[in-house]
Design a protein around this ligand. Structure first.
Ligand code: DX5
Ligand code: ZN
Length: 227
């Protein structure tokens, strides 16, 4: 069976003057998930959008494709818990947070799971992954940052490949169906390398929204992942 790869376009790089149309276009272009980057000007030095925008876009994610497209919320905020609940109500399917942004990692994981959403932990380039030995069995997703969080359009940090390889081993050892997602600087040119390190889900912002033909970029990413 061929491996199922997930492409999750980040709307951080979309044209905000027509966000609804951008979501429709990228779903028609073959997006598997929609990556929703939430920044609070506190945990990261940038400010984006909150649950109201998620709620407004959710009907598009449900109806535009042949099947509902999950909303993959990446919280770059501190504190996490109350906002995560607001995103669950607003229609998030998957909610990921940074363990260094909370005091009780296990409690925050449980709280997101009890809201009915899938849960992920996100690791910055310099963030150790030791906490995974305590909580990996609780997770649906592990997100490795291959840039420092806060902005789209940065270059992929090559040292992330080693971390992706280490996390892949932990996931395989757990025997659980946990996604390994990578976020930052993913392009047609490097997606294969990142997959070979063990990733199965790829966030891409500027690589997709920076081109006119979204479907063409996504197809070329899938071609690079094949064989
Ligand atoms: C960065 C965000 C990323 C960002 C990726 O803090 O988490 O999701 O949008 O953008 P690109 O693909 O342009 O590096
Ligand atoms: Zn992100």
């Amino acid at each position: 069976m061929t491996k199922q790869f997930i492409i999750s376009p980040s709307i951080l790089s979309a044209d905000f003057t027509k966000l609804g149309e951008e979501i429709q276009s990228v779903i028609h272009a073959g997006a598997d998930w929609i990556h929703f980057d939430v920044m609070d000007n506190h945990y990261v030095p940038n400010l984006t959008f909150g649950p109201m925008i998620c709620k407004a876009l959710k009907p598009l994610a449900l109806t535009v494709g042949h099947k509902p497209v999950p909303i993959d919320v990446h919280l770059m905020v501190e504190p996490v818990d109350a906002l995560a609940q607001a995103f669950a109500v607003a229609g998030a399917d998957l909610i990921s947070f940074h363990p260094d942004a909370v005091r009780h990692v296990h409690r925050s994981i449980q709280s997101i799971k009890s809201s009915g959403c899938k849960v992920g932990l996100v690791f910055n380039p310099a963030e150790p992954i030791g906490v995974l030995s305590e909580v990996i069995e609780e997770l649906d997703l592990i997100l490795i940052m291959s840039v420092n969080p806060g902005f789209g359009g940065q270059s992929f940090i090559d040292a992330s490949l080693n971390k992706i390889e280490r996390v892949r081993k932990l996931i395989d050892a757990s025997g659980k169906p946990i996604h390994l997602e990578v976020d930052g600087g993913i392009k047609i040119e490097n997606i294969r390398l990142v997959a070979d390190a063990g990733a199965d889900a790829f966030v891409a912002g500027s690589a997709i929204f920076g081109q006119k033909d979204y479907a063409g970029v996504i197809q070329r990413m899938r071609d690079a992942l094949k064989g």
